[in-house]
Design a protein around this ligand. Structure first.
Ligand SMILES: [Zn+2]
Length: 484
């Protein structure tokens, strides 16, 4: 052994000096967790159920994408969390927001469940409750800091779960412990296709004692600053005796998800509509339109995998031409989540001018968690806005993009039109079945077609009809007649 006694002693002293502040802080963190757990009456609490009324913001699906989200109200809202599994089950009666000119929305069952094997992007919502946060802090070596928010000085606890983000980076949860030793707020970041590292903040207000356990009576969640879920709590019970029943879902109850979560990423298969014009079939339909020295893609698909499949199929169809533009019909997340692979390829996004800034700013956010092709490319988005109309034209092709006026579904909707080929392309105008009344959105589309004098033979819709084929203009006119 080469170490002399003196060297070993010096090494030991250095190690002690290096570790001392950290271990002292760890002890402090433990003391803060213990004090908060005591103040919240959490000893022996392994599950909790709370109920009241809730409202879910129409995140990613609202008329204006970034402000004033319309909300789904949830009556008889009950959420039960079993921290030992961990799992969560929330039920209630959901009434979606009113659509102008449409029939009154019908309430339906609300049923949201998070299982032990759910991805972290869902499961985190168990750990950002005040009780979940403290349990996680106790189990995962939380660190302690102090931070001032306004006039209040908080002790903050930070911890990371064992689950890692798709990029391999750790997730981080930060909880703010207030002067009363209660968890006043929690913030974290999860991956999101549009927002990159999406910031989630949850504020806990008006704590009350419910039979020994403390609970906020108002929980307000914000994502990227937008109010996305608010719960007003009137009853709370720790370790409910009917836990099994509360966690079980009635088999006959259809699950209502607060936001659509498209999952399929079918490979894009193409169908030729005209020379150099292809319809790319899938759950979300896209089009590839050939120009002299480039290609324009209409609609990027519903997720990263689908965006990649659309790019691959477009390359197969036009191997010698670059994709210059991708047109995003509107910024709803299920239509925009396929954009990041296009950004990675340096393709310029064409967006309704109402959502141009939103899309550019959102896709420019830090992207350390997603680990997707866009994050790896380190490319920044190029987004151009279409105010009323944009005509893309060269010697071989004319493609018109039009902003849709007076549409309740989105104030940032584009439709595309090929005048020579007489093809119309649109998203999200709900096509009613034969004999059914024209929906308000289809009436709006018909009015816009009239205003713009668009003469088309084929109507390609992003959501495929049944049967899955381009629709004719006669079809739309017939529908109009039926309702007169
Ligand atoms: Zn939409």
């Amino acid at each position: 052994m080469w170490k002399t006694g003196a060297v070993a002693t010096i090494v030991a002293i250095l190690i002690t000096l290096a570790l001392l502040p950290a271990s002292a802080l760890a002890q402090d963190a433990r003391a803060v967790i213990d004090a908060a757990s005591r103040a919240m009456g959490m000893e022996g609490v392994n599950s909790i159920t709370y109920s009241g009324a809730a409202a879910a913001g129409n995140f990613g699906q609202s008329r204006t994408i970034s402000f004033g989200l319309a909300s789904t109200s949830i009556r008889n809202y009950t959420r039960t969390i079993d921290f030992t599994r961990p799992a969560s089950h929330a039920t209630g009666e959901a009434t979606p927001p009113v659509v102008r000119g449409g029939p009154a929305p019908q309430p339906g069952p609300y049923d949201e469940r998070i299982a032990a094997d759910s991805p972290w992007a869902l499961q985190f919502s168990i750990w950002v409750t005040p009780w979940g946060f403290l349990r996680g802090a106790a189990a995962h070596n939380a660190t302690l800091r102090t931070r001032k928010l306004g006039d209040v000085s908080y002790r903050t606890l930070t911890w990371s779960p064992p689950q890692k983000a798709p990029s391999g980076a750790p997730y981080q949860l930060i909880g703010y412990i207030g002067p009363e030793n209660l968890v006043d707020r929690v913030e974290t970041w999860v991956e999101h296709p549009i927002f990159g590292d999406m910031r989630v903040e949850i504020a806990f207000q008006n704590y009350r004692d419910f039979g020994g356990v403390k609970s906020p009576t108002r929980i307000a969640e914000r994502r990227m600053g937008m109010e996305t879920f608010v719960t007003g709590i009137s009853a709370v019970m720790a370790n409910p005796p009917n836990l099994t029943q509360l966690m079980a879902s009635p088999a006959d109850r259809a699950a209502v998800s607060p936001a659509p979560t498209p999952t399929s990423a079918l490979p894009a298969t193409s169908e030729k509509l005209a020379d150099g014009v292809y319809r790319l079939a899938g759950d979300y339909v896209s089009m590839a339109v050939e120009f002299k020295d480039h290609v324009v893609v209409l609609e990027a698909g519903e997720n990263e995998a689908r965006g990649l499949a659309i790019i691959a199929e477009t390359r197969r169809l036009f191997p010698a031409k670059r994709i210059k533009y991708v047109v995003n019909t509107h910024p709803h997340f299920d239509h925009a989540a396929g954009l990041p692979p296009f950004v990675a390829e340096g393709v310029t996004i064409l967006e309704n001018d109402n959502s141009r800034y939103f899309m550019e700013a959102s896709l420019s956010e830090p992207r350390t968690l997603a680990g997707d092709v866009m994050a790896r490319s380190r490319k920044k988005p190029k987004v151009e806005g279409v105010v009323d109309k944009l005509v893309l034209q060269d010697a071989t092709r004319t493609l018109e993009l039009h902003a849709v006026k007076n549409l309740d579904h989105s104030d940032a909707m584009l439709i595309a039109y090929l005048p020579k080929e007489k093809i119309l392309f649109s998203a999200d105008f709900t096509v009613a079945g034969p004999g059914q009344p024209l929906t308000p959105s289809l009436q709006t589309l018909a009015a816009n077609i009239e205003r713009l004098q668009l003469d088309f033979d084929q109507h390609v819709t992003v959501h495929p009809g049944d049967p899955d084929r381009p629709l004719s203009r006669a079809y739309l006119t017939e529908l109009g007649k039926e309702t007169r």
